[in-house]
Design a protein around this ligand. Sequence first.
Ligand SMILES: Nc1nc2c(ncn2[C@@H]2O[C@H](COP(=O)(O)OP(=O)(O)O)[C@@H](O)[C@H]2O)c(=O)[nH]1
Ligand SMILES: [Mg+2]
Length: 431
Amino acid sequence: MLDDLKDGLRAALDKFIRRGGIDERALKEFIVDLQRVLLKSDVNVKLVLDFSNRVEQKLKGEGTLPGISVKEMAVKAVYDEMTNLLGGDFKLQLGPRNVIMLVGIQGSGKTTFSVKLGKYLAVKGFKVGIVEADVYRPGALEQLQGLAARAGIEVYGDPKGSPIRIVREGMEKFRDKNAVIIDTAGRHKDESSLMKEVKELEEEIKPTLSLLVIDATIGQQAFNQAKAFSDAVKVGGLVITKLDGSAKGGGALAAAAATGAKVYFISNGERIGDIEEFSPKRFVSRLLGIGDLDMLLEKVKEAEINVSEKEAKKILKGRMDFEDFLDQIEQMEKIGPLEKIVDMLPAPFNVNKKELDKAKVQLKKWKAIIYSMTVTERRNPKLINTPRIRRIAAGSGTSEKDVRDLIDALSRGKLMAKAARRMNVPFGPSQ
Ligand SMILES: Nc1nc2c(ncn2[C@@H]2O[C@H](COP(=O)(O)OP(=O)(O)O)[C@@H](O)[C@H]2O)c(=O)[nH]1
Ligand SMILES: [Mg+2]
């Protein structure tokens, strides 16, 4: 999600951090880099300038604080201001009976989102029904029925009815449900007739919450769209969809926040599970790679990763053998795919896709080499002489040099440190 923004921010930070000190020129360059990244994501110019001014002020003002590294300061300033740019964390409040009306223009993702939200609420224990009030789009009801069937959610609709009658009947049919979602039409010959219908539906439904669904690909235009709908109905919150496919997603999120609206959900894909409650803090942490540490810790616990102190010392002193090392690799793999791990780790500014691919190839190679060793060899790396190296290389489909390099690295005790550095895996004190 938002890969350009992510890569751009990380590259700007990385470049700035590498320079070590905060002189005027470095800071100016950093600020220009940040501006460029945000403008590319279609963040509104005024918001970009506000953002960069604030980052600049922070770094200038705190330039001489002792005990705080440039890196920590820069990351903190960007984190704070990005979080600020994207608005606050708002938690969706639900009551005993919820009638949620979805509004938004055609193609914004309402129908898909009605099912995503339905499933999301059903998993939380709500009894959900969805009413299709779009009678204009041919096949709208079938589209909804198809999606909802997969999620096991009931639907009410009637392609020949009027929207008002349908919602009346639908609400009656679903009177025992405690979460009724109403999907509306977004296709009208002009904006005023769309707004008129949305208003009439609002009066009829009296929703406990109206959510405006906005397509992220419109970027900063999200501001005008949110304003236009807010003038017609009481918009209780926003949903930003298609963050997966849009280079302008950052602009859309920033624009949405600038209207003062609450962004409750984001969506990054067409599948029913592609829904996430929006938290700017968590979102920015992930973008910057500051890391969702809680999540990582949880996963680590699940995988029962346990580098004991003894093991760590062994590693540090280089007394680790290949069995230990294989163990480490396998435990690491249990946490999940490398990309996922790296996304959750603290500040991996130096890990880009290329590095990651290299690390993966390296790990695979190492594993193949170790698998080709006998248990005795794994436990006593010193036994591995030239004929053995030749045999191991042939057995693992690698070169003799690869095998030698691996043995060399192990004997120097640098293996885990190297692997950990490559992937930013905090392998105890060996880093
Ligand atoms: N890539 C992507 N596509 C989406 C997302 N949400 C919806 N879509 C697609 O956008 C198109 C329009 O969605 P739909 O729900 O019919 O929009 P509606 O006209 O507002 O009801 C469909 O092809 C959806 O599959 C999303 O988050 N990411
Ligand atoms: Mg629709």
